[in-house]
Design a protein around this ligand. Sequence first.
Ligand SMILES: NC(=O)c1ccc[n+]([C@@H]2O[C@H](COP(=O)([O-])OP(=O)(O)OC[C@H]3O[C@@H](n4cnc5c(N)ncnc54)[C@H](OP(=O)(O)O)[C@@H]3O)[C@@H](O)[C@H]2O)c1
Length: 344
Amino acid sequence: MGAPTNGTAAPPPVPGGAVRWGIVGPGHIAGVFAQGLRLARGGTLHAVASRDPARAAAFAAEHGAARRHGSYDDLIADPEVDAVYVATPHAHHAAPTVAALRAGKPVLCEKPLGIDPATTEQMLAASADSGTFLMEALWSRFLPAYVALRDELAAHTIGRPEHVEAELGFRASYDAGHRLFDPALGGGATLDIGVYPLQLAMLVLGPVEDVTASGSLAPTGVDASVVAELRHAGGTTSRVVASLTEDLPGTAQVLGTHGRLELPGPMYAPQALRVLTTAASPDGPEIVSDTTLAAPFEGGMQFQVEHVHACLAQGLRESPVMPHAVTRHLASVMAQVRRQLGAV
Ligand SMILES: NC(=O)c1ccc[n+]([C@@H]2O[C@H](COP(=O)([O-])OP(=O)(O)OC[C@H]3O[C@@H](n4cnc5c(N)ncnc54)[C@H](OP(=O)(O)O)[C@@H]3O)[C@@H](O)[C@H]2O)c1
């Protein structure tokens, strides 16, 4: 994939063929991605790379990858790998992503794309310079409930959205060396789980103009919990909670002028969307309809994977559903949140 493009002109990596994926970093989420690939149309798991050859071999055997590599660079150089999924801890997303893009390999990189705005910008620049597809793996956006949510917003079913409430939290046992708490691995609630409610607020209400955040820090100095109140363009508002210290129901709500949309927990992978419409009555808003949309599904990653396949088949450099501008804005908002908390 050679000449730089402005977003639509790169040739598909495998015209007419199934995309042969290579996974970098065979940890927890890489296994979930491998399951998603099995459920998705248009691609196969072909190769896996670990810093430890034995781990690569074990993952390849478990998930049926034909090739395994003992270094990330070897997988990126493998001519049989068409696209790369980066599943390392946040602080280690940039190096393999940039290397793969420079080699002309499309990349799906786990969230958050970069650990800060500057790193994110370098990664997006590598996509722009090489004319190669890059997407931050915010898989929620491709799930049936999120597709239904976008459709309901476009149809103005609940009128004008005015406020979003979204929370995500689980009690993680504290381990200073774990990627959730280790600053060197990009630890903290905002980057790990806050990204989900934040991207939902932006999806519904658009860019954030003002951030007010408070919360608590873990002993390592990363943010353990955060409450962020955001003002969006046009004066709408959202309230986002992310916690590594509390088990929260993980629900989300969009409040509109004529009803509300509800995502059940966990809001990063909801199985359904509840749509309630209201009308004014002397006693206040009255519910006039209550519908549940979107069928339950197995897995979940397959929707994101099929979206990437469609983007590649069309020669796109970025996803229209998770575009680079949203990734860039998310990185900026997360940096503001973390700065206000004084997080490392
Ligand atoms: N989409 C989702 O729902 C979801 C859920 C969980 C996590 N994630 C994202 O996925 C990424 C990985 O999370 P995970 O929970 O899968 O992590 P994990 O289980 O700890 O695995 C990460 C892998 O990265 C590799 N790695 C490279 N450098 C490393 C280093 N310095 N320290 C530790 N591991 C290193 C390791 O593979 P080798 O040593 O074998 O090379 C390891 O297996 C994170 O960015 C996270 O935000 C997404």
